[in-house]
Design a binder for this molecule. Structure first.
Ligand code: SAM
Length: 257
């Protein structure tokens, strides 16, 4: 695909593989979405998601995904957020900061390896009392049992999967944790944008098929009690409708028990 932006004529022209071209007004919602898709790819290659922190801890997300997650957590008000993939702990601290402000909620984080310097910094953080850290693979039966033992009957639970992003691992995580999700809440298969990163310099050719979005779509087909649905924006005075996100088709909402 070739995209040409003419800032003088205020147009964006797309030439696809079949040599069909379409010229759009540059200042249009569709042009913004096309530019944003490229921005996500270039930004991912340049490690833009690795440039933020939350309350002092690195968080490996882009701002829109952080803000959208806040919108959902404030609406759903879960008692527990479980996240697989801790890394530096910034995302756990982010949920904890929301829970402190909301005066409810706690966070369980799972990582196959919590590096000593990260553990030390997370344990020293002023929001650490909201967190439980578990070290081990998110799909190991003993780890899944340990996580589940921390949830009390009747609690509202949301699960965010941000560990190993192979299709198989995410599929296994979805099956392992889906029964924790309460109706109206979500299990989130993050980083489905991996499918679009197969041809960027830091990408891998296998990502055309090996990505979290494929796991989420197959899971939804097997589980009619879940639907893939971008959470509604609580505020929108634009005509835009689509998240600019590394989490496409990620939000699986439980519709029924
Ligand atoms: C993308 S990072 C997590 C980023 C973090 N959620 C954030 O937003 O800042 C992925 C993490 O998943 C962990 N991981 C990889 N395989 C895993 C597995 N099988 N089980 C649990 N964690 C795993 C890695 O050690 C790494 O820390």
């Amino acid at each position: 695909m070739k995209i040409t932006i003419d800032t003088d004529a205020k147009t964006l022209t797309v030439l696809n593989g079949n040599h069909e071209s379409e010229t759009l007004p540059l200042y249009s919602d569709h042009a913004f979405e096309l530019i944003s898709q490229q921005w996500l790819k270039v930004g991912w290659n340049q490690k833009y998601p690795y440039a933020f922190s939350w309350f002092g801890r690195p968080i490996i997300q882009i701002p829109e995904d952080i803000v959208r997650t806040q919108e959902v957590i404030y609406r759903v008000k879960p008692d527990v957020v479980i996240e697989t993939g801790i890394a530096h702990g910034g995302s756990l601290i982010f949920y904890a900061s929301l829970f402190k402000a909301m005066e409810k909620g706690r966070v369980v984080g799972v990582d196959i390896e919590i590096r000593p310097h990260n553990r030390k910094a997370i344990e020293a953080h002023e929001l650490f009392s909201y967190l439980t850290l578990i070290e081990g693979s998110s799909t190991a039966p003993e780890i899944v049992s340990q996580v589940k033992s921390l949830v009390k009957p009747g609690e509202t639970v949301m699960v965010i999967l941000d560990s190993n992003h192979t299709k198989q691992h995410v599929a296994n995580e979805l099956e392992a944790y889906c029964d924790l999700i309460t109706p109206g809440s979500y299990i989130v298969a993050t980083d489905g944008s991996q499918k679009d990163m197969h041809d960027v310099p830091r990408g891998k050719p296998d990502w055309t098929w090996d990505h979290p979005m494929a796991a989420a779509e197959e899971f939804a087909a097997r589980h009619p009690e879940f639907v893939i649905e971008q959470p509604a924006w609580p505020f929108n005075e634009s005509q835009l409708t689509e998240n600019i996100t590394h989490w496409p088709s990620a939000w699986l909402r439980r519709t029924a028990a």
